[in-house]
Design a protein around this ligand. Structure first.
Ligand SMILES: Cc1cc2nc3c(=O)[nH]c(=O)nc-3n(C[C@H](O)[C@H](O)[C@H](O)COP(=O)(O)OP(=O)(O)OC[C@H]3O[C@@H](n4cnc5c(N)ncnc54)[C@H](O)[C@@H]3O)c2cc1C
Length: 413
């Protein structure tokens, strides 16, 4: 059995960054990353953006060039799926029967796309969006596709709709809730994006349930809605969230439910086992101490850095301000903080100019910003969130005053 001082399971954002940070911090022991996908670590966000649009080649979305891993003495064990963890023996086993032992294990497996459970859900032509293979499979078929039904009006569904529209496809976007982005943003932002997509020709339908996917000649041909009507589809894209990939770790006895529970240093309840990224349920100061999972590159990278520090004997609790971005058409949305539970908000700037911010407040303090084509607000607003500053809505709305001036004013007060 081969032994590694550090064994990382999952060759995605978190797994790659953990290895990078360990070596940056001069960790000298052996490191291997076991990954289910055949590719070296790559960036996932372009999968629903530039890569899907054919604007960026795979080589340009790799997290590091192929030679990097060998140069840093990080072994990549690819196309291997870990199916079992033996916490007592400190070992993992793969689907094809290999076993590796570890000194410390970093679980960085992300999640699998949540798929529909209705009749027809597994017909050919129904796609999730999580891996390069998922997107390559869609791209290979696009030439023969006229109409695509996108199910789910979250970031991934909206980004896919924007790309497909640009590629000349007809897109129908179905969202079960009364507005798009309902779980992550306030009403202004939702209505703005809904209008943008409609203006670009997307047929956005809100508050609609899907009861079945229909097929013809063994391929998806339509989506049946709860009102009995059918929308025809040459391709269906499902973007309704992920299921964290934690089964082997939970089976080994790790605490968890929706993800693996971790403490402030990303330690699971199992000895010498950490978990990071989309699969890690952690207590987040920017969610008022609630236990949450964050699905973002920021969180995966920052938790990886937290673990590397802990392993290298310089432990510092995870306390990173959440941030995220989404590109749709010529709109760059940047968000900072978490708006969940906001009790007030301010629209700064005029959405009609396609350059504005929504600032979210709770108990009068700034907790988050959604900035559309408004880089300055995003950069300067971060400090308002980090410091939980109390600023009157009138002053926040005044675009003649840069947000950074409020920080200076509060320092002087
Ligand atoms: C289409 C798309 C667009 C996105 N856009 C954005 C964006 O604009 N901004 C942003 O911040 N975030 C975005 N995200 C989210 C972001 O990519 C994730 O939050 C991030 O990848 C999480 O990193 P991770 O390491 O937890 O998981 P991943 O990057 O998903 O890596 C997990 C890896 O583990 C592998 N794995 C799983 N189980 C096993 C197993 N048992 N054995 C071996 N390997 C296993 C998986 O195959 C995968 O390669 C997007 C995600 C997607 C899918």
């Amino acid at each position: 059995m081969i032994h590694y001082d550090i064994l990382i399971v999952g060759a995605g954002h978190g797994g790659a960054q953990a290895a990078i940070a360990l070596r940056q911090q001069k960790f000298a022991g052996s490191i291997a990353i076991v990954g289910e996908e055949p590719e070296i670590p790559y960036e996932r966000p372009p999968l629903s953006k530039e890569y899907f649009a054919g604007e960026k080649e795979f080589e340009r979305i790799q997290i590091r060039p192929a030679a990097f891993w060998g140069e840093r003495n990080v072994e990549l064990l690819l196309s291997k799926r870990v199916v079992k963890v033996d916490a007592e023996a400190h070992s993992v086993s793969t689907e094809n029967g290999e076993t590796y032992s570890y000194g410390q294990l970093i679980w960085a497996t992300g999640g699998a796309p949540r798929m529909l459970t209705c009749p027809g859900a597994d017909l050919p032509g129904v796609h999730g969006v999580r891996t390069r293979a998922d997107v390559d499979a869609m791209m290979a078929k696009l030439d023969s596709v006229t109409q695509v039904v996108v199910i789910g009006g979250g970031y991934i569904g909206l980004e896919a709709a924007a790309v497909l529209t640009k590629l000349g496809k007809k897109v129908v976007l179905l969202e079960a809730l009364p507005r798009v982005l309902a779980r992550v943003a306030g009403e202004e932002l939702s209505r703005f994006y809904e209008a943008e997509h409609r203006a670009h020709g997307v047929d956005v339908r809100l508050g609609v349930g899907v009861t079945a996917l229909e097929g013809k000649s063994g391929h998806v041909s339509g989506v049946m809605l709860a009102d009995g009507s059918t929308v025809s589809a040459d391709m269906v894209i499902v973007g309704i969230g992920i299921i964290p990939a934690t089964q082997p770790l939970i089976a080994a006895g790790a605490d968890g439910g929706n993800g693996v529970n971790v403490d402030a240093y990303c330690r699971t309840s199992l000895p010498d086992v950490f978990a990071i990224g989309d699969c890690a349920a952690h207590t987040n100061a920017f969610a008022e101490g609630a236990t949450i999972r964050l699905e973002s590159v920021q969180n995966a990278n920052d938790q990886a850095n937290t673990v590397a520090r802990t392993i290298n004997g310089d432990p510092q609790p995870y306390h990173a301000v959440p941030w995220f971005w989404s590109n749709q058409y010529d709109l760059r949305l940047q968000t900072v903080g978490l708006s969940t539970g906001f009790d007030g908000h301010v629209v700064r700037g005029d959405p009609a100019t396609r350059s504005f911010s929504v600032i979210y407040l709770k108990n009068a303090k700034v907790i988050a910003l959604d900035c559309v084509n408004m880089v300055k607000d995003y950069v300067q607003g971060k400090a308002l969130v980090v410091n939980g500053l109390e600023i009157s809505p009138e002053r926040l709305a005044d675009t003649s005053v840069p947000l950074k001036d409020h920080i200076i004013a509060s320092d002087a007060a």
